[in-house]
Design a protein around this ligand. Structure first.
Ligand SMILES: [Zn+2]
Ligand SMILES: [Zn+2]
Length: 392
């Protein structure tokens, strides 16, 4: 029997330590694939718990394997560890000491929760069968850390995967989850529109790449409005447009960069295919040459329905039914999706919205979490892992 009161109490007694870990990581943020100090802190703590620890996985990733008292299933618990290139505006004793680098997404909290769940489960290793593989992943913010970890073999022997993300959109004390597609497919595109430069007074002697680029931005939106089914979702946003030299010179070249997001693989495929066809075809009609490039970033986060039900039940027993939010899909992305492509699992949000009403969105220079969310995350994750291992 899993003692719910014991899990709650044990997480609560670790509140100060959770906060201390989170603040230490917050003060010392590190960018993607440069999480050397962070990885050192993680590896030290996991080693002290007597785990089999691997460092340098996908450069700065750390993997710790905790074995229960007898053989059984293996749960992979993934926590991401990297920070963002943002100049922090939060004025606190734990403000970043590295100018221009900030934990503005809550990954500092993910480290604290991951290490504390590791400690709690290590203390209970004689009580469960099976294994827990703690995967501390670098470079989530550039959606580049999961793939090399998987290529390095972290999925070996893994049955299911779990992960959490702190969420400032949800109130502290709650969790939010969704079965099926939960976060988006995301890809980056780049269009280089080449015309012919000339004098602004003589358009007949030039080929205007700015005019073609404007047409493209507008026409490409018809993919979302006219080609993606109304009940499905897709979004195309151009974030940059660069070209030209002066007001009276017709620009020979314009470069556009955008993000393409969706939930279904078929919508992802359709959008990328049609962007290329329209861009190249419309460019041609306007006498421009268009070069299309795509960088496939990561697929949608798709939660397995049984595992989502599983987490919902575990979390309900800890928090109560009224604290479970059935969330909608969001167009954000996360390379947790790659672990969930390999095995069934669930990635869910732990509410970290501030009670003082000063919640800033993730990736904002004023972003800060309500630290009680660290206790909640630890309780729910510990319970979910133990419940899963107890059933299998
Ligand atoms: Zn982020
Ligand atoms: Zn994040």
């Amino acid at each position: 029997m899993i003692d719910i009161a014991d899990i709650k109490r044990q997480a609560e007694t670790r509140r100060d330590d959770l906060v201390a870990i989170r603040r230490d990581i917050h003060r010392n943020p590190e960018l993607a694939f440069a999480e050397n100090r962070t990885a050192g802190v993680i590896a030290d703590r996991l080693e002290k718990l007597g785990m089999e620890v691997q460092t340098g996985v996908a450069k700065t990733g750390v993997v710790g394997l905790l074995r229960g008292s007898r053989p059984g299933k293996t749960v992979l618990y993934r926590a991401d560890i990297d920070a963002l290139p943002i100049l922090e505006q939060v004025d606190a004793e734990y403000t970043s000491r590295t100018q221009g680098v900030m934990h503005a997404c809550g990954h500092d909290g993910h480290v604290a929760i991951g290490l504390t769940v590791a400690e709690m489960l290590a203390g209970k290793r004689n009580d469960f069968a099976g294994n827990v593989k703690f995967v501390f992943q670098p470079a989530e913010e550039v959606v580049s850390g999961a793939k090399p970890m998987i290529d390095a073999g972290v999925m070996a022997g893994v049955d299911v995967a779990l992960g959490i993300h702190l969420g400032n959109d949800e109130p502290v004390g709650s969790i939010a989850l969704k079965s099926g597609p939960a976060m988006a497919n995301v890809d980056s595109i780049k269009l280089t529109v080449r015309g012919k430069g000339g004098h602004g007074s003589q358009p007949e002697k030039a080929i205007d790449s700015v005019m073609a680029a404007c047409q493209l931005v507008n026409t490409l939106q018809t993919i979302v409005s006219r080609e993606v089914a109304p009940m499905e979702s897709g979004v195309l946003s151009f974030g940059t447009i660069h070209g030209g030299f002066a007001s009276n010179i017709i620009a020979p070249e314009v470069v556009l960069e955008g993000t393409v997001r969706s939930f279904l693989p078929e919508v992802r495929e359709l959008m990328i295919k049609r962007i290329e066809e329209i861009a190249v075809g419309l460019g041609k009609a306007l006498r421009c040459e268009v070069k299309f490039e795509v960088v496939y970033s990561c697929p949608a986060v798709v939660n397995n329905s049984e595992m989502t039900d599983f987490v919902r039940t575990s979390a309900t027993q800890i928090l109560g039914k009224d604290k479970i939010i059935e969330s909608r899909e969001m167009m954000g992305s996360d390379d947790m999706s790659l672990f969930l492509q390999a095995v069934p699992g669930c990635y869910f949000f732990v509410g970290s919205g501030r009670t003082d009403g000063k919640s800033f969105p993730h990736h904002h220079p004023g972003f800060d979490i309500e630290e009680e969310s660290l206790v909640i995350g630890t309780q729910v994750m510990t319970k979910a892992v133990l419940d899963y291992l107890a059933q299998n």
